[in-house]
Design a protein around this ligand. Sequence first.
Ligand code: KIV
Ligand code: ZN
Length: 504
Amino acid sequence: MSDRLFVFDTTLRDGEQVPGCQLNTIEKIEVARALESLGVDVIEAGFPISSPGDFNSVREISKAVTWPTICALTRAVEKDIEVAADALLLAKKKRIHTGIGVSPYHIEQKLRSTPEKILARAVEAVKYAKRFVEDVEFYAEDAGRADNEYLARVVEAVIAAGATVVNIPDTTGYCLPAYYGEKIKFLMENVKNIDRAILATHCHNDLGMATANTLAGVLAGARQVEVTINGIGERAGNTSLEEVVMTLKCHKGLNIDTNINTQRITEVSRTVSNLMNMPVQPNKAIVGRNAFAHSSGIHQDGVLKNRETYEIMDPKDVGLDDNAIMLTARSGRAALKHRLELLGYAMEQDELDKVYEEFLKLADSKKEIRDEDLLQLAGDTTGKAALGKIKLKRLQVLSGTVIPTAVVVLEIGGNEFTASGTGNGPVDAAVSAIKSLIDRKVVIDEFLIQAMTKGSDDVGRVHIQIHQVNTSNVVHGFSAKTDVVLAAVEAFIDGVNKLMNKES
Ligand code: KIV
Ligand code: ZN
């Protein structure tokens, strides 16, 4: 029988504290529903006393979500607790998360108090919260730098006062995995009433060890993990949900299970990234664009023979269709052959050798070889010529304090067509002009612009996901340019061309 680990998601509270990531109530409800579909046990929906907007969001999420427990944060202050209880009124399952700093830095510098007075406040806060809800979690802020003997006294006292969960945050991301694991072990062994509550990990990533620390805590006995989607959070972020969950899935021998439907991970990650305007770094574990992309020839050859040679997870387990074999100058014949076969070209060895030679020349001058390039190399002039069928001949946009307007000239099947459009910005205007010229109804699902480096002269890389209405055809378009409007339009056209190619 495996042990159950509870997943407490704080994307909407700790995650949302990141400057520029703030969401309105409607967007928060969308994230909360996505978290519910993922199967998290607890959603920390906000800090109600902090603003009327936060109060309202906790209230609306309480109404919108059915299965997970809705949690609201407070300080160890009566008014905070009353307001949180009010915001949670309509939640089907509710929890108040109250707490106070327990490290010498917090007790002496921030709170200007003494350890005994803080212990008494902690107990009072839990007792007060218990008047409103049954499920009370206590956080011992900066537990990572607190003295273990004192921490154990606090934990024991708050459990005696009725806390159902005690959170041991590494608030500053200071701990090492062994050190954090020892702390949890110490509490498991030295707190007499520990069997009456669950210990929770809450790790920040300042030294890049949030996931490692969380897992060390779990191995030492913690049974709730506090995490965020994509690891977002203040400074270097919080522990990422997907990393912890997939680690446990990969290491079945640990015998620890969560309720997470891992196949929803990619979609929920994208929802959060889009709504919060927080691009995911391409090499981010599990959810980064390159997390399942292989570009070295040796790896590609191995993966094509047996996925498990270079992959510890099946991309399908996180909701991706498949791994991505990127064709670059480092790719070998096996990868080229595989891609050509997918495009409908089965080649004999000598023919493949010739194409491979040409491929390497092209790959030296281009970062990534796309299907269009391959078809050209393979000598295709008819049939699949639908690829790249639409070409952008001219683009002119007007934006600023006027209504954004665009004029586009496209070459479609050898003929030129012109259209104009307006929109809420130059990209929207150009996309609407292009849509008026093509005979497929397409919808943009995802639109991401990422700077390559920094500076106003930087190249903007655009990724776009589009689908064709009433079909299951989903494709991704890409482009990179210093002119981000042009890059966005090219990425859209790239996507449309790929859709057409799927059909042919
Ligand atoms: O990092 C932290 O200590 C917190 C608490 C408020 C739980 O986010
Ligand atoms: Zn935190």
